[in-house]
Design a protein around this ligand. Structure first.
Ligand SMILES: [Zn+2]
Length: 281
């Protein structure tokens, strides 16, 4: 009898671990717009070089597997006035980029919102079926205190606040309570960079590796390579921003698998599966 119990127990443990090992995803970066002129790195990195430049691109990230088709962030619609200062070229509406991978906007099951800046949230209404995941402190600041006396609404657009409220009213918003949360099996979110009030980044199990979609918790590679925080306005907490990058390095086998939010170099660093689409592997 004891042996039977032991056998059942071992089988149970084996099946549990097989189950968790089956949560493997593919991760892609999809470019939907570029800023036309190269930018001085000093605009993006605190104490970064003025005489060296970075190609600023706009992208969304697709995480696919286990019956889920997840986006990190939703991009923006090209009529948003905030885009003007970036001299946008090669714009494709974010939902249209999905066609390159044979997907429709209605296929998106979830959107993990790293933070609510216009270039990451404005495309929210393009994906009607998506359940949206956002840090609760980021949400409350975004819809509330940001617009009060003494609040800071830089990078926030009122029409996006309304889009987010509509998602909530439709029962399609889940607020995440803080750091190190596995929101979907094999997909965790972390906080600490404070790009916005409480921005989050995403860790994905891909089988052979883990991938971090940092989004704007790291703006460009230079920050990660030199462990320098974002330039002014890029974080509420420069020390926390550096600590978060150090922590990210401990979560992946190689810093190559940490993906910044706006650095065009990513499209050279990984194999292209289509024009403007790379697979992070
Ligand atoms: Zn951004």
């Amino acid at each position: 009898m004891k042996n039977v119990i032991l056998f059942v127990l071992i089988s149970f443990i084996a099946s549990k671990s097989a189950w968790s090992q089956s949560k493997k995803y593919e991760v892609y970066a999809l470019k939907f717009a570029s800023s036309s002129p190269p930018w001085p790195i000093s605009n993006w990195v605190d104490k970064g070089p003025k005489d060296d430049s970075v190609q600023i691109d706009f992208m969304i990230w697709l995480i696919k597997g286990n019956g889920k088709t997840v986006l990190v962030d939703a991009g923006f619609l090209n009529d948003i006035p905030d885009a003007k200062e970036f001299d946008i070229v090669s714009y494709i509406r974010p939902d249209s980029t999905l066609q390159k991978l044979g997907l429709k906007p209605t296929d998106i099951t979830d959107i993990i919102l790293s933070h609510p800046h216009w270039d990451h949230i404005d495309g929210l209404d393009l994906f009607p079926n998506a359940q949206v995941w956002m840090q609760q402190d980021d949400f409350y600041y975004y819809v509330g205190a940001a617009w009060q006396k003494g609040g800071f609404a830089g990078g926030f657009n009122k029409r996006d606040v309304r889009k987010l409220i509509d998602k909530n009213l439709a029962g399609k918003l889940t607020l995440v309570n803080g750091d190190n949360q596995e929101i979907i099996p094999g997909i965790k979110v972390f906080t600490g960079s404070r790009h916005t009030f409480n921005s989050q980044y995403v860790l994905v199990e891909t089988g052979t590796n883990k991938v971090i979609v940092a989004s704007d918790n790291i703006w460009v590679y230079y920050s990660l390579e030199h462990m320098q925080p974002a330039a002014a306005g890029g974080t509420y907490d420069p020390a926390g921003y550096i600590k978060a990058m150090q922590r990210m390095k401990t979560l992946v086998t190689n810093p190559r698998y940490i993906i910044p939010g706006h650095d065009g170099k990513i499209f050279l660093n990984f194999p292209a599966v289509k024009e403007g689409v790379v697979k992070i592997e």
